[in-house]
Structure formats: C-alpha cells, structure tokens
Design a protein. Sequence first.
Length: 376
Amino acid sequence: MARLTFLVAVALALSSTTVAFPSYGSLAGLSEAELDRIIPLLEARDACPPPGPLKNTSTKLVNDKDHPWKPLRDGDIRGPCPGLNTLASHGWLPRNGVATPAQIINAVQEGFNMGNDLAVFVTYAAHLVDGNQVTDLLSIGGKTPQTGPDPPQPAIVGGLDTHAVFEGDASMTRGDAFFGDNHSFNETQFDEFSAFSNKFGGGYYNLSVAAEFRWQRIQESIATNPNFSFISPRYFTAYAESVFPLVFFVDGRVSDGRLSLPNARGFFQNSQMPTDFFRPNQSIGLDVIGDGISAIASAHPIAPGKNEGVGNYVLDPTSADFDHFCLLYINFVNQTVKSLYPNPTGVLRDALKRNLDNFYSPLNGSDCVQIFPYGK
Ligand code: HEM
Ligand SMILES: *[C@@H]1O[C@H](CO)[C@@H](O)[C@H](O)[C@H]1NC(C)=O
Ligand SMILES: *[C@@H]1O[C@H](CO)[C@@H](O)[C@H](O)[C@H]1NC(C)=O
Ligand SMILES: *[C@@H]1O[C@H](CO)[C@@H](O)[C@H](O)[C@H]1NC(C)=O
Ligand SMILES: *[C@@H]1O[C@H](CO)[C@@H](O)[C@H](O)[C@H]1NC(C)=O
Ligand SMILES: *[C@@H]1O[C@H](CO)[C@@H](O)[C@H](O)[C@H]1NC(C)=O
Ligand SMILES: *[C@@H]1O[C@H](CO)[C@@H](O)[C@H](O)[C@H]1NC(C)=O
Ligand SMILES: *[C@@H]1O[C@H](CO)[C@@H](O)[C@H](O)[C@H]1NC(C)=O
Ligand SMILES: CC(=O)N[C@H]1CO[C@H](CO)[C@@H](O)[C@@H]1O
C-alpha cells in the first residue's frame, strides 16, 4: 500500500512537471540540473530539414476558403509578430500558435511569398533562442496562461515574447519590454503610425512613412526608456520589420508599396488579412528587403548603441551593423546562443548543431564562414 501510494505520488509529480513544462517551452538558460530533469520528460523529435523555395511563386488568393480568419480560442497564443499572428489566425500555421520551424518556413512562403533565404535565416534565428530544440517546437508568443493551481516550475522563458534575444525595442505597434508589455498591439502607437501615414504618405504607409516612423520610434525610446537597447540583432530586425508591411501586407495584384490604414489595422491588431487578399506576385528575400533597409536607414542614420539612462544614447562599436553583416551571424552564434546553452549534451547538443547548420545555410557559399561552437 505504501509502495502504491509512493508510485501514485511519483506519477502525479511527473505529470505535474510535464504540465508545468510545455513541449514548446524553451530550454535556454536552464541549469544542468534542470536540463537533466526536464529533457527525459520531453518527446524528442528529429526535425525535418528546412523546406526549399516555393515551386510556384505566382500571386494567388491566400485568404481562401481553406484559410478563413477565425477568432482566438482559449489558450491560443499570439505574439509580437503580426505576420506570424496572421498566418496562425488564418490556419496557415497551427491556430494554437505553436509550430515547428519547417511549418513556419512553409507558412511564410505560401502565405506571404517570403523568399527562402530570409525565411530560413529568420526562423532558425528565432527557434535557436526562443524555441525548444528537443521537441522542435516554437511558440509565436509566450506560454499559455496557466489555469488552475500553479505547480512549482522553473523560470520558463521561451516563445517570441522573450525579450532581448530576438524581440526588442522601438517596435512600431508594440511597446518596449521595459514598460511591461513587449508584444500586445498598442492603440496609442497605432494612432501615431496613422498620423505619420497621413503626414508623409497621403493616408498610406509607404517607404517615406517607414523611414520617418522608424526614426520617430528610435527617438521615442531614446527619450523615454532608460533600458533602451538598439544593438544587433534588433538593429537589423527593427529596420527589416519596417520594410515588411510595404511588401508582404500589400495585395500582390497591386504591389505598389503602399498599405492602407484599414488593412494595416487588420494585420497589426486583428491578425487578419483583407477579404480577397492575394500574396505578393514574387518571392521577396534578403536582397529586396536589404534594399528597403538601406533606404530607410540612410534617411536618418544612427549606429547601434544603448541608453545609459534616459536620453543618453551611447554607441556600441562591438555590435554588428550594416557594414558588418557577418558579425551579426558570428555574435548571434558565439555569444547569444552560446550563453543560453553553455555546455549542452546528448540530444540537446545534437539538435543545436543541426539548427545552427540550418541557420547558417542561407549564408553558405558567401564569404561569411561558418563557426561551430559545439564542434562539427
Ligand atoms: C519568418 C519567420 C518570422 C519570425 C520568426 C518573426 C518574428 C518576429 C518577431 C520576434 C517580431 C517582434 C520584433 C519586435 O518588435 O521586437 C516581429 C515583428 C514583426 N514582424 Fe515578424 N517574423 C517572421 C516573419 C514575418 C512575416 C512573414 C511578416 C510579414 C508578413 C512579418 C512582419 C513583421 C512586422 C511588420 C513586425 C513589426 C511589428 C511592429 O513593429 O509593430 N514577420 N517578427
Ligand atoms: C502557379 O500558380 C498560379 C496561381 O495559383 C496558377 O494560376 C498557375 O497555373 C500556376 N502555374 C503552374 C505552372 O502551376
Ligand atoms: C534591460 O536591458 C537588458 C539588456 O538589453 C535586458 O537583458 C533586460 O531584459 C532589459 N529589461 C527590461 C525590463 O527591458
Ligand atoms: C501604449 O503606448 C503608450 C505610448 O507609449 C503608453 O503610454 C501606454 O501605456 C501603452 N498602453 C498599453 C496598454 O500598454
Ligand atoms: C509616399 O506618399 C507620399 C504622399 O503621396 C509621396 O509624396 C511620397 O513620394 C511617397 N513615398 C514614396 C517612397 O513613394
Ligand atoms: C510584380 O508586380 C510589380 C509591380 O506591379 C512588377 O513590377 C513586377 O514585374 C511583378 N513581378 C512579376 C514576377 O510579375
Ligand atoms: C568564437 O568564440 C570562441 C571561444 O570563445 C573563440 O575562440 C573564437 O575566436 C570565436 N569565433 C569568432 C569567429 O569570433
Ligand atoms: C554548405 O555547402 C556545402 C557544399 O555545397 C555542403 O556540403 C554543406 O553541407 C553546406 N553546409 C550547410 C550548413 O548548409
Ligand atoms: C522581459 C519582458 O519584459 N518580457 C515581458 C513581455 O511581455 C509580457 C506580457 O506583458 C511579460 O509577461 C513579459 O515579462
């Protein structure tokens, strides 16, 4: 009897641990003892290799009858990225907001015609720092709100809401983490987005608006956020994300580089494509986005740095910048990933090595040489 009670207690303890640690929870930053306890409870999954480019890159209806917008159900996860949120709310991604990297790459290619190099690079960057390497799952936001009694649990980081490794400051429609919410749509910020679109774009978000508003958001963070950080990778993603709406949120039958405010609100706030929305008429990858980044950054140049107190923006010469793209890759791997996983073993190490290969693959053949923090 005592033995049975003991077994039941162990079973309960194990199941509550499993509940407390979702399959998509990130293992980044956990102690060796926590990793030893949690990893055996996870169902390890061999990831499929990254999908290749689309075979047919024509424009087509993507708000179609197989991908209707649906409202959130209890427990569905959404996060700081209006692109991924929208794909989930239209069923191009699992509607619960938890996906494998391969599902994300397929969805951004099919749904928005994102180019394969960009899709692979961004997805594995996010997965390496915010996803679960062992189960191959990534949450596009935080974790499901815990319902019921809270069992003791390790500090679960993970999902794209995690601050400072991928998600960062000076977003257009989301606040800085310092102010408490780094991922929800903010109406005040959208009002400003609209005001800038009226002032510089004749009522549309176009490249001129993108340049002015990017600069405005940087200036606001400098002036108000004592903890403002604008170094790589955020330095790159902030500019890239200012370009994305111009190409991915504009109907592919028009492709005129300007986004109407009602359609912008649909994507940014409601994770919703316009009725009858067609994806871009060609795949848009690193080269086109790179041109957009240059146009926006050159309108109001500022080097990477961080605030040391409100209003005191101090440059950080160790950060990668537009002249040192390979340093983005090197620092991300050698510093960010390495510090989150200082000494991985077993299935975790194997998965990290595979995902580092996948992350590097769009750079293969360039003069940016691959590095191997966990051996070849
Ligand atoms: C390929 C995988 C993708 C990943 C992992 C990803 C991840 C993210 C993350 C973490 C952010 C938050 C950055 C921040 O504000 O701190 C973000 C923002 C953003 N993403 Fe994505 N994204 C992806 C694809 C896309 C696509 C396909 C689109 C457009 C269709 C898109 C559009 C945007 C935009 C416009 C923002 C800026 C939001 C704002 O500043 O208010 N993303 N993304
Ligand atoms: C490519 O897709 C478009 C839009 O769905 C379709 O009209 C066209 O026939 C396809 N082309 C080929 C070669 O399959
Ligand atoms: C403050 O900045 C540091 C360094 O970027 C970051 O690790 C930390 O999460 C930030 N805290 C908040 C509340 O934004
Ligand atoms: C939205 O942003 C504004 C301006 O930065 C800020 O004052 C406000 O607290 C934010 N609202 C929410 C709900 O976070
Ligand atoms: C944006 O729209 C405004 C108003 O129509 C126009 O003056 C400006 O040239 C446009 N910017 C670009 C890059 O097309
Ligand atoms: C897509 O549309 C743009 C703007 O109308 C046009 O310049 C471009 O040639 C089109 N691309 C394809 C592949 O049809
Ligand atoms: C990566 O880090 C290792 C160990 O800290 C160092 O020896 C190596 O030079 C770094 N690689 C690059 C390319 O910076
Ligand atoms: C890079 O390309 C080489 C030669 O095509 C190939 O053998 C290697 O597996 C590739 N590496 C990665 C990480 O994609
Ligand atoms: C680090 C950080 O500030 N993360 C926050 C992102 O936003 C969510 C929701 O408000 C917070 O719970 C996180 O702490």
